[in-house]
Design a protein around this ligand. Sequence first.
Ligand SMILES: [Zn+2]
Length: 471
Amino acid sequence: MDIPKLRHWIDASWDGSILDQLRTYIRIPNKSPHFDPEWERHGHMEAAVTLMADWCRAQPVPGMRVEIRRLPGKTPLLLIDVPGDIPGCVLLYGHLDKQPEFTGWSEGLGPWEPVLRNGRLYGRGGADDGYAVFSSLTAIAALKQQGVALARCVLLIEASEESGSIDLPAHLESLGDAIGDPSLVICLDAECGDYERVWCTTSLRGNLTGRLQVRVLTEGVHSGMASGIAATPFRIAQQLLARIENPVTGEVLLEELQAEVPADRRVQIAATAGVVAEGVAGKLPWADGTRAISRDPAELITNNTWRATLAVTGADGLPPTANAGNVLLPQVALKPSLRLPPTSDAAAAAAALRTALERDPPYGAEVRFEEDPGTGGWNAPVFASWLEQSIERASKTVYGRESLNAGCGGTIPFMGMLGRQFPRTQFFITGVLGPHSNAHGPNEFLDVEYAKKLTACVSLVLADHARSLAS
Ligand SMILES: [Zn+2]
């Protein structure tokens, strides 16, 4: 294989068409079904999947089949099947649905307006995870240009990831064994600790959300009349949350939400902490004077990737401050969002959470907790030696630095599903969500140079995979 030629071909594909495609894609507000229940009527998901399918069909990959799969009431699934030159199969995964807009975009930037600035393409969904299909298929096409023998490659691009992949199980069922038995899964929907090397995700946390409702009165009452007699629902909610999380340290207290960090992962955490150091905390957009929870980068990484954490992400029943009178509010509802350790059981965690919140309510208040369907975490199987060497070599060849492995604080539901379905499969989970790229928040960007290089690394790993099958 001629690596300079490979990289040149990949760069030309990015500059000649992918960036334009991503600009068009960013303009489509195809929010995930949780954030746009009327997605079907709005037609944005259709626009996004059609854009991608049309681009795929135009790529020079002999024998490729591109199909938009549809099921009633479900978001579409884009399936691209590239026949193999040798037996075996690789599954490449990404998603095309997006997070909602969020607020706080900087001057001149916005979720649905692509802006290329200093090598970064800003806009919602470019990095999370619109680039995945373009990058994956370009990595394959670049190898085909040079006649490199590959196993069959199946690209699976779903459209409900940001809603917990709710539609994916039905699609997988309708596919039956059409995907085959992949010996390698490549996922381009994860994080990178910096823009200097390949980062490989070795674990994911689970996710558990729900609605906690606390009702004290049947209607609001003048706080001068009621306070001191009735407890406020807000104070009761605080007490209930303190059963889950120590409000001073942030430590999650429930037994069912704890996990032991395996020895190999502790070694990886130490290595990442050594390289990224101050950057572990420094990647966040801190308000003036605010410090991280700990000064120890390894402790922060452990918190972020292996420990349960709680955030309250929404509230009902609290008026905006500008419109808040002196009223003892009758009820509040909060949305607790928990990240779960990679090895924890989401169903057991949900049951423990409900029990802790609903038992023995203060002052006999009406307390209800309704959990959403949870997603378990995932801890990767040990790397096969060919894959470990391949990722390392790709990183050194393309970026000039060794690769690093790290846990991811987020959740990719499909990896858990795949891990259960194919327990012997190897996983190369990587991505472009690096420092300040801010997927889910304002000012999301794709670092274009990093993504081009990562595309080349995917090519190199695919070629090594084929070689590992042949030997
Ligand atoms: Zn994503």
